[in-house]
Ligand binder design. Structure first.
Ligand SMILES: *[C@@H]1O[C@H](CO)[C@@H](O)[C@H](O)[C@H]1NC(C)=O
Ligand SMILES: *[C@@H]1O[C@H](CO)[C@@H](O)[C@H](O)[C@H]1NC(C)=O
Length: 234
């Protein structure tokens, strides 16, 4: 009996040690890297007195916070999609809903005209989960190079109202309204400021333009592409 108790004690001590060791590993992992960026960059200031920017936003004094800090109305209103691509994104992120600061989440409403296209783009800081409310969307994303053994593989799907689709952080994706009627979707994004890189705009519409030789070597047809007007609704 005593043997059994001692054995059980030794066992639980062993388990405790294991748990502590595991916690130590997890803790050291969570401290092993810098926090995720919350904006495109945060260039270090040399003088701490002039370092007025942080990674993200400053927090308001809690006693000055009201319910309005967590509130943004108007996402029921369709936006005007009369533009070259026939789509418009209404983003709700930390820049227009300050209560999102540090919470790692944001939202967007996307309106599509018939045959409107949200062109290939990525969110450098956020995964996106999209729910279709109205219309029919042809959506897709492309794996990275190298992807998991499937270099630049394309995944696509036709979505109807009520359908949900997820786009992993950083991957190039698009949404195309293939219906004769308008479409509406809502997207949740896993960052307070997920950012958007619209591929054509970033490559061919940068300011100032990327050197012709660089683009000519990379893309072969350049002058024509650079001379286009790259509509950006994001
Ligand atoms: C930062 O400040 C130090 C001390 O004033 C100076 O020696 C150094 O050159 C500065 N570095 C940069 C990158 O400005
Ligand atoms: C939508 O935008 C277009 C182009 O800017 C404009 O001509 C049209 O009047 C707008 N429609 C509404 C309902 O605001």
């Amino acid at each position: 009996m005593e043997d059994l108790v001692m054995h059980a004690d030794a066992k639980s001590t062993h388990l405790l040690c294991l748990t502590i060791a595991l916690l130590a590993v997890v803790t050291s992992i969570s401290h092993a890297s810098d926090p995720s960026p919350l904006q495109d960059f945060c260039v270090a200031a040399n003088d701490s007195k002039s370092a007025v920017f942080v990674n993200g936003k400053f927090c308001k004094d809690p006693k000055d916070v009201t319910a309005d800090g967590f509130f943004r109305p108007g996402l029921n209103v369709p936006e005007n999609t009369s533009n070259q691509l026939g789509y418009v994104v209404t983003a709700v992120n930390v820049n227009n809903l300050p209560g999102l600061n540090t919470l790692g989440i944001s939202l967007a409403r996307i309106d599509f005209a018939p045959y409107g296209l949200n062109p290939p783009h990525t969110h450098p800081r956020g995964t996106e989960v999209l729910a279709v409310l109205e219309g029919t969307l042809y959506v897709g994303f492309v794996l990275s190079n190298p992807g998991p053994n499937m270099k630049n593989k394309l995944f696509t799907k036709i979505l109807h109202p009520g359908d949900v689709f997820v786009f992993s952080i950083g991957l190039i994706h698009f949404q195309f309204n293939v219906g004769k009627t308008k479409a509406v979707a809502f997207a949740g994004l896993s960052n307070q400021n997920p950012g958007v890189i619209t591929i054509a705009n970033a490559v061919f519409g940068s300011d100032p333009p990327i050197n012709d030789d660089v683009l000519a070597k990379a893309f072969q047809v350049v002058d024509y592409l650079q001379s286009q007007f790259w509509w950006d609704n994001n």
